[in-house]
Ligand binder design. Structure first.
Ligand code: GLC
Length: 814
């Protein structure tokens, strides 16, 4: 049914910046929340409980103040105009969104309502990319696909083209030369987005259709460039939480670790190889009969002692918590939940039952604030035993089924903070609100630590509570390659932390596939090896040489990257910018689904085919240099250096994948894990090099840089700049923000590196400056000469470092 004709218009109602349009059978409300952010809602229908909107529930939308707009009438239509955006509402309900000059961004049909469902078509511009929508097994650009948003366990193994997956998010980021647009549909009911053409039609204009099963048809529309879109979107839905630094380290997991002896064998094995290990994950077998918030006393007689023991070498335990609670009259969590009415019910008030690992299970109703608080209190069982992180699973929610939709029935009732509703609306919110309860539980249990939760499911705004991993990925090359587009898609949907089971979950990767998957994952936000029950183990020592050595070297390299990753994590919590990004993140046409940017400064091109082949990398603007350009061993066909819009080929022997640095960057790395200069003890040593190094105030902090190094890649102007953000790695204490600027880096010249520090967190005592492409004859830090060896300067904290007698050197890598 169409809205019918426009009958009445109210402006400034109910808020400034708002206009209401009353049609015969529908109501449209247009609210400017900022010059570049507008909320467009079609009713009737139940309003969403604003779970995805940051701030207090039912509180005002926190984006900048409602903004004055001009409202004009032109040719029978109504035009609402801010300085950045112009919305034209026609009397038949079609909407046109344009830039103030008139350049069309989007036109939308009047929506049709069928029962409780909505359907609306909108235009896609020629060459417009349509990205986002959370976790998808599709290309970064979703054009040509039909995407369903209904969080679903795809059944133990997935690869390209499979859907829906565990974590849909109704946010579409579209990019076009005429202007980028973000649309967030605040509607949790089942949705389909039909980008209705062949991918090959993306160059032409077209029409997309979106359908929601119920609710009001509410959309937040944001304009600006892509980084701005994600910034505004995470202002609206909440900034990504900053996790403890250890979460950015390497995690080892396997469905099948049986007991404390297995855990000790892992930490000992890492120590024997001289390898750091940030976390061991305990899958469902640690529990007593898969009952959540229990620990099997036979397998883990003293979990507290075990966590203390492994913490001494810098390793944490992360334990799984599933959504389903075993129905068992002798189990306290179930009895409490039943007696306090914490579980979802059917339409008659009886317990809604499903099947998870323990058999018949009940499902907490996380839309009930009382249930969230009750559940939050349960995490103490684990944190009191020293468990440091939580892994949320089966929270789509999944009820294992051989046939039909593997979740709760649609008629299942939910509380919805008092207003009531059913599973049609509650389903996609389930994981989100479980994550919220878990986060609040960890905050409550251990207030001086930052919560760490990694979750399989969620919804818009989950970045406030949890990281994600991509679930049960098939162990194939195609699935590995898919992870790049999948994780980038999540980042564009506001979820900056994700990664995949290294080697794939459900099969047996050969050594080459495992190693290539690890090399890719070392540059992804979440770096964890995990696998299904029954497949051969994947600890580093399980591989034959040369894989074993290479796996060890790449795990170490993850720790080298930590200062950069942690800087990006701080920035993500300020602006929402994902850690890994499509090559066109800052504009430009360079487009591929099998390479990504890590921050602005690194371009990573994983090898996603057997035999070391990989297509040439299309470079974004700027000049890019292989970071491996090292020690005269050559970097591939050509010199590993390329300019924007070139294709660059880099050699891909088994020990490396192409990684390029953007000229003009200063990148903080932890050279305490470098094999250069004997900083890091290598294989053959016994005992593990300590995780973390001293700071100038004498503290030795877990996962702190052991030897912070500023790596400088000057551009053709001889300039490079970068940022390093550091703190104690956990808790809520002071932060230090370093701004680094390198100037005058020309052969024969004198260059200066200035280091401005802001904030109260102490700087390291000793650090290193590494020049790429240049060597220096003499170095002076704040007036005092310091030792220099070629391209490497070892120095104490400084404000200005002068480098004299600069000479070109080729091929000096990290
Ligand atoms: C699910 C998870 C997987 C886990 C398994 C057992 O399949 O996705 O990671 O190992 O359940 O808990």
């Amino acid at each position: 049914m169409s809205p019918g004709r426009l009958q009445r218009v109210e402006v400034w109602s109910p808020l400034p910046g708002t206009a209401q349009f009353h049609f015969e059978r529908a109501r449209l409300e247009v609210s400017f929340l900022a010059d570049d952010t507008v909320r467009v809602s079609w009713g009737p229908g139940p309003e969403p409980v604003p779970y995805a909107i940051a701030g207090d529930i039912a509180g005002p939308v926190p984006v900048v103040q409602a903004h004055p707009i001009d409202v004009l009438r032109a040719d029978g239509a109504w035009v609402l105009r801010s300085v950045a955006l112009e919305i034209t509402v026609s009397p038949d309900g079609t909407l046109r969104t344009a830039r103030p000059g008139g350049t069309l961004l989007r036109s939308e049909s009047a929506p049709a309502r069928r029962g409780a469902a909505w359907e609306q078509s909108f235009s896609m511009r020629a060459g417009e990319r349509m990205c986002g929508l959370g976790e998808q097994a599709l290309a970064i650009d979703r054009r040509g696909a039909t995407v369903t948003l209904w969080n679903t366990d795809p059944g133990g193994s997935w690869g390209p083209g499979k859907g829906p997956l565990y974590l849909g998010i109704p946010v579409v980021v579209s990019t076009h030369d005429d202007g980028d647009v973000l649309s967030f549909y605040e509607n949790s009911t089942r949705a389909t987005f039909d980008f209705g053409q062949q991918p090959s039609d993306a160059g032409k204009s077209g029409t997309a259709t979106v359908r929601f099963a119920g609710g009001v048809l509410r959309r937040y529309l944001i304009t600006g460039d892509v980084p701005h879109l994600v910034d505004r979107y995470t202002e609206l839905t909440g900034r990504p939480a900053l996790a403890p630094r250890w979460a950015l380290g390497y995690h080892q997991s396997r469905w099948g670790y049986r007991n404390d002896a297995d855990v000790r064998a892992i930490t000992d094995g890492f120590a024997n190889l001289g390898l750091p290990l940030s976390a061991v994950h305990l899958d469902i077998d640690y529990m007593r009969g898969f009952r959540v918030f229990t620990v099997d006393p036979d397998k883990f007689p003293d979990l507290g002692a075990l966590t203390t023991e492994v913490a001494a070498v810098g390793t944490r335990l992360v334990t799984i918590v599933d959504a389903g609670v075993k129905i068992d009259p002798d189990y306290d969590v179930f009895c409490e939940g039943r007696d306090q009415h914490r579980f979802c019910t059917d339409a008659h008030g009886h317990l809604a039952e499903g099947v998870v690992w323990p058999g018949r299970s009940a499902f907490p109703d996380f839309t009930d604030p009382g249930t969230r608080s009750w559940w939050a209190g349960k995490y103490r069982t684990l944190t009191d035993a020293g468990v440091a992180g939580i892994w949320h699973d089966m929270n789509e929610p999944t009820s294992i089924a051989l046939l039909g939709d593997p979740t709760l029935p649609i008629s299942t009732r939910h509380h919805f903070d008092g207003r009531g509703g059913d599973h049609a609306e509650g389903h996609n919110l389930y994981g989100l609100l479980m994550n919220r309860a878990g986060y609040e539980g960890l905050q409550r249990a251990v207030p001086d630590r930052r919560p760490f939760i990694v979750s399989r499911s969620g919804w818009a705004s989950m970045q406030r509570w949890a990281w994600n991993w991509t679930g049960d990925v098939a162990s194939t090359w195609e699935s590995m390659r898919q992870q790049v587009a999948t994780v980038i898609g999540l980042g564009l949907s506001g979820v900056p932390y994700s990664g995949s089971d290294i080697g794939g979950f459900s099969g047996i990767p050969d050594d080459e596939l495992y190693l290539r998957w690890l090399q890719m994952s070392v540059f992804m936000p979440y770096c964890r090896t995990h696998s299904v029950r029954g497949v051969p183990p994947r600890e580093p020592w399980c591989f034959a040489e040369p894989t074993r050595q290479l796996v060890a070297a790449w795990i170490r390299f993850r720790y080298r990257l930590l200062p950069y990753l942690y800087t990006l994590a701080h920035q993500a919590s300020e602006t929402g910018a994902p850690l890994i990004r499509p090559l066109w993140w800052s504009g430009g046409d360079s487009d591929t689904d099998d390479a990504f940017l890590l921050g602005d400064a690194l371009l990573v091109a994983p090898v996603t085919e057997a035999g070391g082949r990989r297509p040439a990398v299309p470079l974004p603007s700027g000049r890019w240099t292989s970071i491996w350009a090292g020690d005269g061993d050559g970097v591939g066909e050509g010199d590993g250096v390329g300019e924007g819009n070139d294709q660059v080929s880099v050699l891909t022997p088994l020990d490396r994948i192409p990684v390029l640095a953007r000229a003009g960057s200063v990148i903080p790395l932890d050279d305490g894990w470098s094999d250069r200069g004997g900083l890091c003890r290598l294989d053959g040593d016994t005992g593990r090099p300590p995780l973390g190094g001293p700071t100038s105030d004498g503290l030795s902090l877990d996962h702190a840089p052991r030897h912070l190094a500023f790596h400088c890649w000057p551009d053709e102007e001889g300039v490079a700049a970068g940022v390093c953000i550091d703190d104690a790695g956990d808790g809520h204490g002071p932060v230090r923000r370093d701004t680094l600027r390198f100037e005058g880096a020309h052969p024969g010249g004198t260059a200066t590196l200035t280091w401005e520090r802001a904030g109260d967190f102490a700087a390291p005592i000793a650090l290193r400056v590494v020049l790429h492409g240049l060597s220096a004859a003499r170095a002076v830090a704040d007036g005092v000469e310091v030792p220099v060896s070629g391209s490497v300067v070892d120095v104490a904290t400084f404000s200005e470092l002068t480098l004299e007698g600069l000479r070109d050197v080729t091929g000096f890598g990290v």
